[in-house]
Ligand binder design. Structure first.
Ligand code: PLP
Length: 408
């Protein structure tokens, strides 16, 4: 079934020859720690004493009443240190890099959450740190850039291509090729060449393990459906992995942006816009033209506009184990508003995609059913985008005054 990083026809490791030794070293190190209980213990220790595991499972009582169907539960990955599930992966890869004797880490980031998590891990573990971020994302996620730099990371804006996540990944690989010996590339999602998809999912599997136990303890039954947003696929695989062998419907929600019938979305699996190809070192569904050139993507959520998707998710789609849907920017903003008002939860724009799809379907399920939504991160980072979307006059005034203070 899984053959050195293949999931059906997807995955693999299409890497430049110069990186072969580095990847072999990484595969060996990862294989060793998977069978070393002391590594998992060390990992659990750091994510529970430094990050905030186990994260809570919250019953969304008011939303449940509002929709009048299934009981809605939210897995609170927003409560991780640095505000998103990204912390689970970086802490694991950081420990691995330490065991491999590395002194420097590099990473790509889109929404900035993975960049902040990596910079935080680097500060804690004493690594030098460089973060690559598309120039467009640098502009829309400026608060995260601020924190990465305060944490001691060098943030390099990427000006090539469409200046978003895929371009940042290209630059990070370029850096790695020139600095293989002392550097580990902390890839932030379950994509890229083997062993990254497996390794990132492995570290994120803690989400599903906890959520499954918590829901059984609270309700004594499994959820009917689990919803997670899908950028590269790491939070979705993290929560879904514990339910794969259960009679539970798993729903991955992509960014429909301004609509699936426009060119401004990032849906690779929920629609027939994606096609199979090899890029960035692995085989999966990409948004590409007939010549294999990557297309421009769009989402209101910076973390969901990647052109590729985890090969593991592509395989689960082919075998019909996971259903894929997509939510538009405006559905997402509505779902976010409702969640804030009804529950006092502030989901990240990425996570709000999962809420939006769950809300479309909640009333169709019966009152005895349970819905589980993964809140992959918190929405504070999105304040600029959200204030703009809601045309908040007080916020505009505040920004104008700040601009005046800085003589802009
Ligand atoms: C809060 C949050 N959720 C979800 C994602 C999407 O990534 P993934 O699909 O790997 O979980 C991101 C990416 O930046 C994110 O910041």
């Amino acid at each position: 079934m899984i053959n050195r990083g293949y999931y059906g026809e997807f995955g693999g490791g299409f890497i430049p020859e110069i990186l072969t030794t580095t990847f072999d070293e990484l595969v060996d190190a990862f294989e060793r720690v998977k069978t070393d209980p002391s590594f998992w213990q060390e990992y659990m220790h750091i994510i529970s004493t430094y990050s905030c595991r186990p994260t809570s499972l919250t019953f969304a009582e008011n939303l449940t009443r509002y929709f009048g169907g299934a009981r809605i539960y939210v897995k609170r990955e927003d409560l991780n240190h640095t505000g998103a599930h990204k912390a689970n992966n970086v802490m694991g890869q950081g420990l691995l890099a330490k065991r491999m004797g590395k002194t420097r880490v590099i990473a790509e980031t889109g929404a900035g959450q993975h960049g902040v998590a990596t910079a935080t891990m680097a500060a804690r573990f004493g690594f030098r740190c460089t973060i690559y971020m598309g120039e467009v994302d640098v502009e829309r996620q400026r608060p995260n850039v601020f924190w990465m730099e305060r944490l001691g990371a060098e943030v390099i804006p990427v000006v090539d291509g469409t200046r978003i996540l895929k371009d940042a990944i290209n630059e990070a690989f370029r850096d790695w090729v020139s600095n293989m010996d002392g550097t580990h590339y902390v890839l932030g999602t379950a994509c890229g060449p083997h062993p990254f998809p497996e390794m990132v999912s492995y570290f994120q599997s803690v989400i599903g393990k906890e959520a499954r136990e918590q829901i059984l303890e609270r309700e004594n039954k499994l959820p009917a459906r689990v919803y997670a947003c899908v950028g590269g696929g790491s939070n979705a695989l993290g929560i879904f992995s514990a339910f794969l062998d259960d009679p539970v419907e798993l729903v991955g929600v992509e960014a429909a942006g301004e609509g699936l019938d426009t060119e401004r979305h990032a849906s690779r699996l929920a629609s027939d816009n994606g096609s199979v190809g090899v890029a960035q070192g692995y085989k999966t569904y990409f948004l590409q033209d007939r010549d294999g050139q990557m297309k421009e993507t769009h989402s209101v959520a910076a973390g969901l506009d990647y052109v590729g998707v985890s090969p593991i998710l592509a395989w689960h789609r082919e075998r019909g184990r996971i259903r894929f849907e997509a939510a538009t920017d405006s559905e997402v903003l509505d779902a976010m508003s409702l969640t804030i008002r009804k529950e006092g939860l502030i989901p990240a724009l990425e996570s709000a995609h999962a809420f939006a799809q769950a809300f479309k379907e909640a009333a169709d399920l019966s009152v005895g059913d349970i819905i589980l939504i993964n809140q992959s991160g918190r929405g504070d980072k999105d304040i600029f985008t959200i204030a703009e979307a809601f045309a908040d006059p007080g916020w505009k005034d505040f920004i104008r005054k700040k601009g005046n203070d800085y003589g802009a």
